[in-house]
Design a protein around this ligand. Structure first.
Ligand code: ATP
Ligand code: MG
Length: 420
């Protein structure tokens, strides 16, 4: 128990660090190219923010939140998703007073949901995401979809499909919801327990149920109920995606789990051996800022699951080799040489070379063995003789050649070797 991470959590081990660092770097560079700026919000918020923002009737709020009372008697929740916190910050810090749109992104932001752990479903997971406030045109919906694809592709993820839908706005959704409920009412006996619970509080979500999906193929579709404004927005989105050369399919079953969505919703999925995995989900939330007490401001964003990306990379056999830890390992014999070695390592690092020295008091032989295991490209040897002569021995580990080099030339030589 003591040495076992809690159920549904995952350690990110150093042997995998290069993988998630690459995902983070891809997100940062793609976002920076499109004028997005980074935001980081707290890992926990007042519970009320999610109840109001994400929606009381959603599965997330009803069943999945990590909520507790802090020592001051406040109800606190570990954030289950990224948008509500960013929306709160947008209002609190009056970002609406700055030139709009306000384009924001976040990287590897931790999210917490009390879900049944399974492949690709954790209780603490991480999301890369964007939120854009103050832009109502569907051009920005298309921009973020293209941007998500760019990030996923830069991470070597293949076979991506984009699915889009519109879930309308509060004006047109009512009529649809009524039609859907009428359709579902006769089918409740055949639907799962959760869907029966959803019938009153969140009937749209029933369409998204993994168990009941095949039973609802003739359900009424939101697209047939869209008001003029929502219809025009959806048509514009399709036009923009076409212009960008982004292939997509319209999937009337995508409803998303969070209440704040309006108009556009989308998912990006990738095939796996047993079905498909959603790596990214997002949509528009034009009512959220006002609902949270800010000035009416449209918004649109997505969240992308970092662990899901890692899983897909692994399933698709992406072999991303870890770069060797060191350019140079400095092996020394005797205390005087060791002092010189410490100095040299510092200089090497100052010159941008990845360098290290033995800290475990190993023999010369064991130092070489360690350098070999760490795949150091070169070993610099300093012993009493070398110190006296003002030289070092440079061993090229790949080609097993050794040369004596002047101490004051070694950095230059190693830099040259690295530049090759
Ligand atoms: P799903 O339908 O898979 O439950 P969701 O609709 O709950 O997804 P969002 O809230 O839109 O997901 O989150 C965006 C992305 O975050 C998802 O597409 C997925 O990649 C990832 N994600 C969501 N929940 C989890 C989880 N429990 N563990 C790992 N990743 C997750
Ligand atoms: Mg979910």
């Amino acid at each position: 128990m003591l040495t076992q991470a809690p159920k549904g959590t995952q350690d990110m081990l150093p042997s995998d660090a290069h993988r998630w660092q690459k995902i983070e770097a891809a997100m940062r560079s793609v976002c920076a190219l499109a004028g997005y700026r980074e935001i980081r919000t707290p890992m926990f918020e007042h519970t009320e923010l999610f109840a109001r923002g994400v929606g009381d009737g959603t599965d997330v709020v009803q069943k999945e939140m990590y909520t507790f009372e802090d020592k001051g008697g406040r109800s606190i929740t570990l954030k289950p998703e990224g948008t509500a916190g960013v929306a709160r910050a947008f209002i609190e810090h009056h970002l609406f007073a700055e030139p709009l749109p306000c384009k924001l992104y976040y990287v590897s932001c931790p999210n917490f949901r009390y879900e049944k752990p399974q492949a690709g479903r954790l209780r603490q997971f991480h999301q890369n995401g964007v939120e854009v406030f103050g832009a109502k045109d569907a051009s920005v919906d298309a921009e973020i979809i293209a941007l998500a694809l760019d990030v996923l592709r830069a991470c070597g993820i293949e076979g991506l499909s984009v699915r889009i839908n519109s879930i309308g706005c509060p004006q047109c959704r009512g009529a649809y919801q009524a039609a859907l409920k009428e359709y579902l009412a006769g089918k409740l006996d055949s639907l799962c327990k959760t869907c029966n619970e959803r019938f009153e509080r969140n009937p749209l979500r029933i369409l998204d149920c993994k168990e009941d999906v095949h039973k609802l193929t003739d359900a009424p579709e939101m697209l047939d109920y869209l008001c003029e404004d929502c219809r025009a927005h959806f048509a514009a989105l399709r036009e923009y995606l076409d212009a960008l050369g982004v292939a997509y399919s319209v999937d009337p079953r995508i409803v998303r789990g969070l209440d704040y969505y309006t108009k556009t919703v989308f998912e990006i999925v990738t095939p796996t051996e047993d079905g498909e995995l959603t790596v990214c989900g997002g949509g528009r939330y034009d009512g959220l800022i006002e609902q949270l007490g800010g000035p009416a401001t449209p918004g649109v964003g997505f969240g992308m699951g970092v662990e899901r990306m890692l899983l897909v990379q692994q399933m698709q056999g992406a072999s991303e080799d870890e770069a060797p830890l060191y350019d140079v390992f400095v092996a020394t014999m005797g205390q005087a040489a060791r002092l010189e070695g410490m100095k040299l390592v510092r200089e090497l690092r100052e010159n941008g070379l990845r360098a290290d020295i033995d800290h475990a008091c190993r023999s010369m032989k064991a130092q070489f063995k360690y350098a070999g295991k760490a795949a150091a490209k070169n070993v610099v040897v300093i012993g009493g003789d070398e110190l006296e002569k003002g030289v070092v021995k440079l061993r090229d580990m790949e080609n097993s050649v050794e040369a004596e080099v002047a101490r004051d030339k070694i950095i230059e030589i190693l830099l040259e070797m690295k530049g090759e």
